[in-house]
Ligand binder design. Structure first.
Ligand code: NAD
Length: 467
């Protein structure tokens, strides 16, 4: 058979394309990014990322757009949020819809990767943000789907592949998100397996992920245990850990508004967000009026000290958080303790001292302790103490600019919201983009695509300076 040069070129090109495609790699037998074996998942993500690196940025943008679209579809949004509440047994469906929409719409994409340039007599130097490769991302039960959406968009926008290790209690809904993302990416011609996970997540599978040599970065969103583990891994790691956000109210604040903001913030998704108000510190002079106004917005005050002791015993048995109460609404908790509360009760409040377990521990449920202080300076110091150096989130209601500034400097949190509910800090009703991975311990802050990228310098000697 005689083949002309054009035909030969066509055949060679098609073979090279086949070899280049991750679709045909032996490791890629997971369907829609779901693998039985963690090692297979990592291998598939590795192959997919190598292929992804060769694709144009235009495809990246198209994929990110498709990922947003699929998650915004009404039926997907509703199924995911209902499943998240049902599977984890935590949170509030309506609020999960808000969080999900926020993650989809306000997570930055490829535009986040800004290039810097230096030019002069000696040429042109560009500084660009380049992917790490395969990222292992460990996600929490409290925002299971929002974290996958937020991390998925940010990590892929930066050119990476990601292997998710969800909490076993959020397994099915996490798998659904990974599946939908893979289908959306495939529909616009993107590679398979840039986002993968396993059918049976466990501590063992997470350990395989964290130790795998092909995983170049670890991102942990969760409690102190998992953050410590990734920081000890010897790999580049981002730790987004626990918070215990205090909210301070001083005598200059708009008390009626502060009361509403605090109840709105602390009851959002049944207090699951790590940024949500976990204890109130209020200057004595305005404390009664604040409590009076909080009651107008659905707070129910518990004054019986014996009952409070019983609640501590059951919610924090031997000092350990009883997960049965985490992410539960106020009426559920009240019922468990035979407290007869109005149906529209949103949060159970109680006055405590500063050492009370409800003030010291991160509860993540619709319970909010209130602590009186003599003056704002004492309040600021107590907020610092109760934040435990997490460098996470704090709120303050005040009209005194000097004291707001003093609090910001002392508390050193990644997010500091002034005169608003906590969720303003992640772009819900406040300016700025969103994240569901707030990296206080490792300092990336409100993570975006650039947090998941390596900074690289590319130098051209003696040319392309056109000034
Ligand atoms: P968690 O620490 O129990 O679990 C988080 C994830 O880590 C899960 O996927 C879990 O399976 C995994 N994990 C935990 N210990 C592990 C181990 N030894 N080995 C391997 N994997 C392990 O937390 P959670 O209850 O799911 O989430 C709530 C916590 O996360 C709270 O403390 C909250 O403040 C924090 N959080 C922080 C942020 C943030 O952005 N900083 C966001 C959400 C939640």
């Amino acid at each position: 058979m005689n083949l002309d040069a054009t035909t030969i070129e066509k055949i060679v090109k098609s073979i090279v394309k086949e070899l280049d495609s991750p679709q045909d790699n032996a490791a890629c037998y997971g369907e829609d990014g779901i693998f039985e074996d963690m090692n297979d998942a990592v291998e598939a993500a590795f192959v997919a990322q190598a292929y992804y690196m060769k694709q144009p940025l235009a495809l990246r943008r198209k994929m990110i757009e498709a990922m947003r679209e699929v998650m915004l579809k009404k039926e997907n949004m509703e199924t995911i949020c209902a499943m998240a509440v049902e599977e984890t047994g935590m949170g509030n469906y309506e609020h999960k819809l808000v969080k999900q929409k926020l993650a989809v719409e306000k997570t930055p994409g490829v535009e986040d990767l800004e290039t810097a340039a230096f030019s002069g007599d000696e040429g042109l130097t560009v500084v660009e943000l380049s992917p790490f490769g395969v990222i292992g991302a460990i996600t929490p039960t409290t925002n299971p789907t929002e974290t996958i959406i937020n991390n998925g968009i940010g990590m892929l926008a930066a050119g990476n592949a990601v292997v998710f290790a969800p909490h076993p209690r959020a397994k099915n809904v996490s798998i659904l998100c990974v599946r939908l993302f893979n289908q959306a990416i495939a529909a616009v011609g993107g590679p398979k397996n840039l986002i993968v996970t396993t059918t049976n997540p466990s501590i063992e599978t997470s350990n395989i992920l964290m130790a795998h040599p092909k995983v170049k970065m670890l991102v942990a969103t969760g409690g102190p245990g998992i953050v410590d583990t990734v920081l000890r891994s010897g790999k580049k790691a981002i730790g987004a850990g626990a918070g215990n956000p205090p909210v301070l109210v001083d005598e200059t604040a708009n008390i009626e508004k502060a009361a509403k903001d605090i109840v709105d913030g602390c009851t959002f998704d049944n207090n699951l967000p790590c940024i949500a108000e976990k204890e109130v510190i209020v200057v004595d002079q305005v404390a009664d009026y604040l409590i009076f106004n909080m009651k107008k917005h659905g707070a129910y005050e518990i004054k019986d000290r014996g009952l409070l002791d019983k609640m501590v015993e059951e919610i924090l048995p031997e000092g350990r958080l009883n997960r049965d109460f985490v992410g539960k609404d106020a009426c559920y908790i009240a019922k468990k303790f035979n407290i007869d509360v109005p149906e529209d009760t949103r949060v159970l409040i109680m006055e405590t001292n500063k050492d009370h377990p409800f003030a010291v521990e991160e509860l993540m449920m619709c319970i909010l302790p209130i602590i009186r202080v003599d003056n704002v300076d004492e309040g600021i110091e107590l907020a610092v103490e109760l934040e435990h150096g997490n460098r996470h989130t704090a709120m303050m209601h005040s009209r005194n600019v000097e004291k707001l500034s003093q609090m910001a400097k002392r508390v050193q949190t990644t997010i500091f919201v002034k005169n608003g509910p906590s969720y303003c800090g992640i772009g819900a009703g406040g300016e700025g983009y969103t994240t569901f991975t707030i990296a206080g311990p490792t300092g990336e802050g409100l993570t975006t695509a650039k947090s998941f990228a390596r900074i690289r310098r590319c130098v051209l000697k003696d040319a392309f300076s056109i000034r």
